[in-house]
Design a protein around this ligand. Sequence first.
Ligand code: PLP
Length: 387
Amino acid sequence: MKLRKNALSLSENYIFSWCAEEGRQYAAAHPEAQLLSLAVGDVPGPLCRPVLDALQRALDEQAAASGFRGYGPAEGYPFLRRAIAEDYQRRGIAVQQQEVFITHGAKDALADLLRVLPDGLAAAIPMPCYPVYRDLCALLGAKVLPLAMQPDGGFPPPPDAPFDLCFLCSPCNPTGALLSRRRAEQWVQAARRQGALILFDAAYEAYVRQPGALRSIYETKGARDCAVEVGSLSKTAGFTGLRCGHLVIPQQLKTEGGPLAAVWDRLLQSFSNGVPYPVQRGAEAAYSAAGREACRTQIDQFLQNTALLASALPAGSVLQSGSSPYLWFRCGGDSRAFFRRLLERCQILCTPGIGFGDEGEGFCRFSGFCSEQQAQRAAVRLRQFDF
Ligand code: PLP
């Protein structure tokens, strides 16, 4: 059978599957080991009460013909599009309801969006990066322009070489770096000059705790002409399993065939039947006052876990922390070898930096998505580890 060109161009192993497999093999060989996983970026749960109640109510509605919902609008129900637009507006960002498209999460949204772009684009990506960006570029036959992060972990400036597309993720997975306002302006100006598209991944915006730090690309002048923003409730409200996120496509963003939002709206009618109604009701609850408060409490716990893990690492080895659920630290050499040593000696799973691109070699990543007790146990083991 023939496949789409580039369908076989992905590297053999997705890094998180590699870590999980190594962990499984170790556990099978050492059944007595108490493994602690700080590797995969999944949340431990549970869902917060406002979300659970809304899910339950939405399910109960399905029991009567009067409340039953079949196919919903492909672009998302108005109640959730409005709740997300209002969330932006509360932050002083002028996003309108019709610019918000509900998606099955951020990863799906990026994959959907990229499949309408032409083959062979030049894609600028600050490295190390969320591995999905590179894989999507490979599928698209895009030429990746890897841009190494600054020595202090900060974002690189836009490249001198022309680019059609760039991926900016702030707070960054894996490094936790925050895109400064000045850097964001440079990227927006460069994208507008070149007619390039910025894909801003705001999956971790709710983790930003630095006062005045940028949480949306639309806080940057001119971004509405050149940027699409992707949001996710996965790490904000525990929706990694439920699946819900959004795209913001500003009205001003133009393509050869008219506004991208209008083109997208038409395309969606042909390739999506939308996100399940109960999930969208649960998502709406996550944006309510009670939902936001409950989510913030959980996020604060993950941030505290990350700070605790940072305190157990050698001084100076952590590059960024404070506004991210991830801890990016120097491991001093081969990151897969470090992964194995840490597993053998501490029964802790981390993510080798090489999995986020060659620029990630020499580093590893811990995630704070665990219980407080697990973070405490991990910190005790790490303090005894000979780095
Ligand atoms: N973007 C980044 C930077 C991520 O780290 C992740 C998940 O780890 C995603 C997107 C995927 O989010 P979702 O679960 O909404 O697809």
